[in-house]
Every structure is written in structure tokens, then in C-alpha cells.
Design a protein around this ligand. Structure first.
Ligand SMILES: Nc1ncnc2c1ncn2[C@@H]1O[C@H](COP(=O)(O)OP(=O)(O)O)[C@@H](O)[C@H]1O
Ligand SMILES: [Mg+2]
Length: 485
């Protein structure tokens, strides 16, 4: 069994560990949360490796996509019971929901039948001539196989981000920023700007400087040279990569919350903890007694005690179970402030951000879309191509031009063609979405009292943002359509 817990253990370390295990030619491989600390490329590599692995593998994971890609059987562990499904994860979710639905329909039917019988029995019991019959009916009823429905563990944390007043137009800026730790060069002359309302993901292999830049932007770390500035009226909520480990193990949950809480929130601490599934006597437990997932939930709860308009989350899903991850994602989708999130979790990032910054070779590589767009552009969604990583950093301003890559070469492989077709389909979909949205806004703008309404500024801003995105998506469509010929 391999356990990868060190946050610095990168993909290569894991590959070496796996190679060592493979040399022993085991029949059974047990992996406990193998993707927790891996970057996307290493996860793809591991998926590929497991696909070729001839033995049997048991994987414990909260990473949906990973499970789907590497497993063909799913065992649900819930409330002390095991349920075995001979299918991959997503299919299991479907089947188990179906099963629950069928079961609950059968249960209700049976309950109706039982109630009817019982009424009849009571009626017959009252008549001397029918007592015998009532008794035998009762016996039959007692022998009936009862449908039992499973209780389901539906306890889910409740999460809403408290929002602060609006920040200025520019939320954070890095100019010609370089960062070294001693002789180790991490970031070289990078430029980065984050505007109000933008949602950005930082992705890339471990050790490429994602955490470092996040720290510099929030003011938790100094740059070696260059400048990082925070915008006007920015209130930061920062969840550090090791946030859960910074909690004092010797104090209780409630004391931890008190430590982070402004006075006016003191009365809400218990209910906030309740929202994160800590109730009753839980709140008097010492932090040292908590599991990794519980610590992560507590650290998130501590964040919600102050309002913010700029949220920086560094690997927030490590240790979270799938339900909690969904809740966090939903809360982030509802959050209207500016968002910067560092993550390796494709499922979590999918649809969450509209910019993806890949950290590679001391530079930032920008992709104007979510993680799926990034993977598509980087041709990484196809696992076989992961081995053929290339370095493209060329430009001098800190941004390379990853989108140039698609242009080279004349003959398209079947793979490339499929990619391009997907891009065309995706952009066409997006174009019609944006156009519909713009049309809706135009309708509003045509209303006579539009400009006197308080929200008109916001609407106009949304309109111009929509137009700008439309241009971008059109350009992308054009490029892909052109290459397809
Ligand atoms: N305080 C520090 N002192 C020395 N080296 C550090 C320090 N923090 C990070 N590093 C190194 O800087 C590089 C970038 O780290 P980090 O920003 O944490 O990467 P990422 O978040 O992308 O995994 C890594 O090689 C890491 O070991
Ligand atoms: Mg990091």
C-alpha cells in the first residue's frame, strides 16, 4: 500500500514508488486517496498506468473523474454497510439512485397494503364469527417479507460565503514579479491582473509556484523583485494550502472558532459549526482528535466569520468528501465576489472558473476558459499524449502563447480532428448562449426607466463583458473551424 501524504511529494516521487511496487509484481494494489496531492498531469499518468496494470486494484478516493477512469466496480460504504456494484463510479451513482427510488416505491406500496390489512383485521376481530380469519390474516401479515429502505447519510455541510462591500475594479496585480527562495527560482518576471468578479483557477504540477503566487498576492509572502498590489477596498478571505494544519491542536473546536471570530459573530459560532456538521458535544472536542476531513471543515468554518470580496482558496478540496466538495462548489458558484482557486481536482474546477492559469517553467500560461478548456487546449485530456509534454515558453513578458500550438503542421490526426470538432461544438454552443443572454439584456435596456434603475450600471457592465467574451469565443471558433477546413 502506498500513502502519499507529503504535500511536496510530486508526481515523480509517486511514479518511483509505483515502479518499486510493480517490481514486486503484486496481484493486488491498494491505493488510499492517491490523487490527493497530485497535479493533473500526474493523475492522468496514474490513470494510464493503472489502465495497463494487469493485477487487481482497490482504490479509495473522493476524485470522481479518477474513479470513473480507473475502476470497474464500486463498493459503497455507508452507515456501516457495504453495497457492491459491478460498475464504475458515475454508473454506480445512477444505479444506486435508481435502486433507492424503486425500493422506496415498493416500500410505500407495501405500507399501503399493510395498513389496509390491519384495518380489515381490526374490523374482523370485532366480529365473533370472523375472529379466526382475523387471526390467520394477522399471522400471514407477520410472516410477510418487509421491504426495508436504507437510511441514507444525507448530512451535508451548509455553506454560504459572507460578502463584503464591493472592491475596486482591479482587485490584485503582479508586475514583473520574480520570486526566488535562495537559489531556487520559482517565478520569473510574471505579470498578472485580476479584475473584480473574475474567477481564476491556478493549475500546474506541484512545485511550480501556485501557492507562492497566491501568498504573494494576498500579502503573506514578499516578492524577490517586481511589485504585487492589492486593489481598492479589497477584503481577502484566504484559505492556505496548509490551513487545516495551522489549527491549534490543543484547543477545542469552539475555542478555535472564538479565536478567529470578531466580537459580533460570537453568538453564531455554534450554529456555524452546526452547518459544518459539528453539533452538540462535538464542539468541545480537541482539534487533535479530528480527522483530516473534519479539520478541513473546521478551517473552512473559520473563514466564514468575516466578510470578504476576494476569496483565495489554495487546494480547498484536499480531504473533503464528495458531498462536502459539491456543497463547497455550489457555494462558490453562488459567490459573486472575485475568486482565485488553486486545485488539481478536475471535477471541482469544471465550470467553476472562466480563466485558467497554468504554472509551467516559471511562467504563467493563460487559458480563457475553465479546466476542461485548458485540458482540451493542452491536449491533455487524452492520456496517451501526456508523455509528450512539450515546453512552449517563449514570450518575454511572462506569458507564453499556448494557443499557438494548434496551428503548426498541416495533416491533422484523427485525434486532432476530434479535438477541433469538439472545440467547434463547444464554441458554437457558447456563442448561442451569449447571444441569447445579450438579447435578454438588450430587452431590459430598451425599457424606458432602465437608466434610472439602481442595477443599470451592473447590467451595462455585464453587457460589455458579454460582448467581449463573444468576440473571444468567435475568434476561437474561427481558428478551430479554419483548421478543420
Ligand atoms: N518557504 C520556502 N522556502 C524554500 N522553498 C520553498 C518555500 N516555499 C516553497 N518553496 C519551494 O518553491 C517551489 C514552489 O512551491 P509552491 O509555490 O508551493 O508550488 P505549488 O503550490 O505550485 O505546488 C517548490 O519547489 C517549493 O519546494
Ligand atoms: Mg501549492
Amino acid at each position: 500500500m502506498t500513502r502519499l501524504t507529503d504535500e511536496f511529494s510530486g508526481g515523480w516521487q509517486m511514479r518511483i514508488e509505483l515502479a518499486k511496487i510493480l517490481l514486486r509484481q503484486p496481484d493486488l494494489l491498494l491505493l488510499d486517496e492517491p490523487t490527493n496531492h497530485l497535479d493533473i498531469e500526474s493523475i492522468l499518468w496514474l490513470e494510464d498506468w493503472l489502465a495497463k496494470y494487469p493485477g487487481m486494484a482497490i482504490v479509495i478516493s473522493h476524485d470522481r473523474r479518477f474513479l470513473d477512469n480507473v475502476t470497474n466496480r464500486t463498493v459503497e460504504v455507508m452507515l456501516g454497510r457495504l453495497d457492491d456494484y459491478k460498475v464504475p463510479y458515475s454508473k454506480y451513482v445512477e444505479l444506486s439512485a435508481e435502486r433507492r427510488e424503486k425500493l422506496s416505491a415498493a416500500y410505500e406500496n407495501q405500507q399501503r397494503v399493510i395498513a389496509d390489512r390491519e384495518r380489515t383485521i381490526t374490523r374482523f376481530m370485532a366480529k365473533a364469527s370472523k375472529t379466526k380469519m382475523a387471526q390467520s390474516m394477522q399471522k400471514q401479515l407477520d410472516k410477510m417479507d418487509r421491504v426495508e429502505i436504507d437510511e441514507q447519510d444525507t448530512s451535508v455541510m451548509r455553506l454560504r460565503f459572507p460578502e463584503a462591500p464591493r472592491a475596486g475594479e482591479v482587485v490584485a496585480t503582479a508586475e514583473h514579479l520574480t520570486k526566488r527562495y535562495g537559489n531556487l527560482k520559482v517565478l520569473e518576471n510574471v505579470d498578472f491582473q485580476l479584475l473584480r468578479g473574475e474567477r481564476v483557477a491556478f493549475v500546474g504540477q506541484n512545485g511550480q509556484g501556485k501557492t507562492t503566487l497566491a501568498k504573494i498576492l494576498v500579502g503573506a509572502e514578499a516578492a524577490t523583485s517586481g511589485k504585487a498590489t492589492m486593489g481598492y477596498n479589497v477584503a481577502i478571505g484566504y484559505y492556505a494550502q496548509n490551513q487545516a494544519e495551522t489549527l491549534d491542536p490543543k484547543i477545542t473546536l469552539l475555542e478555535t472558532m472564538e479565536k478567529y471570530s470578531p466580537p459580533e459573530m460570537r453568538t453564531k459560532l455554534r450554529s456555524t459549526l452546526g452547518g459544518f456538521l459539528f453539533s452538540g458535544e462535538d464542539v468541545d472536542k480537541k482539534v487533535v482528535a479530528l480527522s483530516g476531513g473534519e479539520r478541513a471543515r473546521l478551517a473552512l468554518a473559520c473563514m466564514l466569520l468575516r466578510p470578504f470580496n476576494f476569496l483565495v482558496l489554495d487546494e480547498p478540496t484536499n480531504h473533503l468528501d464528495m458531498l462536502s466538495k459539491d456543497v463547497l462548489k455550489q457555494a462558490l458558484l453562488d459567490y459573486k465576489g472575485t475568486l482565485l482557486v488553486v486545485s488539481h481536482d478536475r471535477e471541482f474546477l469544471s465550470g467553476l472558473t472562466n480563466r485558467t492559469i497554468e504554472f509551467r517553467d516559471h511562467r504563467l500560461h493563460e487559458y480563457l476558459g475553465d479546466v476542461n478548456y485548458f485540458l482540451e487546449k493542452r491536449r491533455l485530456d487524452n492520456m496517451r499524449q501526456v508523455e509528450m509534454r512539450t515546453t512552449t515558453a517563449k514570450a518575454g513578458n511572462g506569458y507564453a502563447a499556448p494557443d499557438e500550438r494548434g496551428k503548426a503542421g498541416s495533416a491533422l490526426s484523427a485525434e486532432d480532428k476530434k479535438q477541433l470538432q469538439r472545440t467547434v461544438q463547444r464554441t458554437e454552443r457558447r456563442i448561442s448562449e451569449i447571444e441569447a443572454e445579450l438579447k435578454k439584456i438588450e430587452g431590459k435596456m430598451a425599457e424606458s426607466d432602465f437608466y434610472s434603475r439602481p442595477e443599470s450600471q451592473d447590467v451595462l457592465q455585464k453587457y460589455s463583458a458579454g460582448k467581449a467574451e463573444l468576440e473571444k469565443v468567435y475568434a476561437e471558433w474561427e481558428l478551430a473551424a479554419e483548421q478543420l477546413g
